[in-house]
Design a protein around this ligand. Structure first.
Ligand SMILES: Cc1cc2nc3c(=O)[nH]c(=O)nc-3n(C[C@H](O)[C@H](O)[C@H](O)COP(=O)(O)OP(=O)(O)OC[C@H]3O[C@@H](n4cnc5c(N)ncnc54)[C@H](O)[C@@H]3O)c2cc1C
Length: 314
């Protein structure tokens, strides 16, 4: 295993540019064994070309931020041939967040804790705080990053649905330049994304607009330290409705037919009517945490009772 530890963003992008094209965006699975060497803290000079590029290597170069996703399956992963791009020394460039009148920018190393401990961000984007407080425990919140939540691509992510509901954009950077991808177009399939092997997520940008509605709800086996069985985030702002379901389908996704129904002013008399509309948006999954039927039922009920509450006289 090799660990490359760039000290500047430029150096990190050079390393990614020089690395193999055999990238899949996650740790390889299904292999049987590997070495257990400890990660080195510095890149081996022999892996760098005279220009500073990383010599082409058979293994993909995997960015590691907080490591709270990557290390979960560490013991099952083959280490031979594994290459990590350790981002930990890029804090000065990638950790700060910036809040202006028009947007919030989270650097790629911004943690959940950075957000929950900022009264300004909490006031401007309350759903980020609600979701962050439900991610693992404090230890995970202090290490885990928003970009890592996006990069991991789990269908049960809790940061992704609130960011998507807030209409966030993912800022990708390579040596060729910077590009922005709306988060709702970032995933192309189960743990598949549009990010190229030479690109790094460097920031997440969230527009700051007046909002009429915002809501996040996570259903897990218990209220804390639990992976979502079903989660939903809803925002209505000047750009319209965004209703995002997490832990329901193979990717966190918007429920566009349901959003359109809300925009049309449709009202629902029963959860089953909502379920009917949602059936055009998502194909729920069966997995170890719940069944497709449970997910479809719970999602429609959550939305139905939330809408009921919103319609009730104040
Ligand atoms: C005990 C425990 C409880 C947890 N509870 C929850 C929970 O309740 N809800 C939840 O959503 N998650 C949970 N997680 C998962 C995890 O903490 C989050 O997904 C976290 O946001 C991951 O961030 P990280 O910085 O640790 O990512 P890492 O593990 O460092 O990376 C995760 C993935 O993102 C990629 N990546 C990281 N940074 C970048 C970048 N800048 N550019 C491109 N790719 C990048 C990595 O290559 C990797 O594929 C839990 C994890 C643990 C261990």
């Amino acid at each position: 295993m090799r660990v490359l530890t760039p000290t500047t963003l430029d150096e990190a992008l050079e390393m990614l540019a020089g690395a193999s094209t055999g990238w899949h965006g996650r740790l390889p699975t299904g292999c049987t064994s590997g070495g257990t060497q400890e990660p080195r803290s510095e890149p081996r000079r022999s892996e760098l070309s005279p220009s500073g590029h990383v010599a082409p290597h058979a293994a993909p170069l995997i960015p590691i931020a907080g490591g709270t996703d990557l290390l979960v399956s560490w013991h099952q992963q083959p280490k031979d041939g594994m290459s990590l791009l350790d981002l930990s020394r890029l804090g000065s460039q990638l950790q700060p967040h910036r809040l202006t009148d028009t947007e919030l920018e989270l650097g790629a190393l911004t943690t959940y804790w950075d957000v929950t401990s900022s009264p300004e961000v909490a006031a401007a984007f309350p759903l980020l705080v609600e979701a962050a407080r439900l991610v693992g425990a404090v230890q995970i919140q202090m290490r885990g990053t928003w970009a890592g939540n996006i990069g991991n691509g789990s269908p049960a992510a809790d940061g992704v649905p609130v960011l998507m509901a807030y209409d966030a954009r993912v800022v990708l950077q390579s040596r060729a330049g910077q590009t922005e991808v709306p988060l709702d177009q970032y995933y192309t399939g189960y743990r598949q994304t549009v990010r190229r092997p030479d690109q790094l997520i460097v920031a997440i940008r969230v527009p700051r607009r007046p909002r009429e509605r915002e809501w996040f709800y996570k259903v897990g086996p218990r209220r804390a330290q639990a992976i979502s069985k079903v989660a939903v985030a809803v925002v209505k702002d000047a750009a319209g409705w965004r209703v995002v379901a997490s832990s329901v389908a193979p990717v966190v996704c918007r429920c566009r037919h349901f959003e359109q129904a809300l925009a049309d002013g449709r009202t629902f008399q029963t959860p089953a009517e909502i379920a009917q509309v949602l059936a055009a948006d998502i194909s729920p999954i069966d997995d170890i945490r719940s069944t497709a039927r449970y997910r479809a039922t719970v999602l429609s009920r959550l939305l139905y009772y939330w809408l009921q509450d919103r319609q009730a006289p104040q």
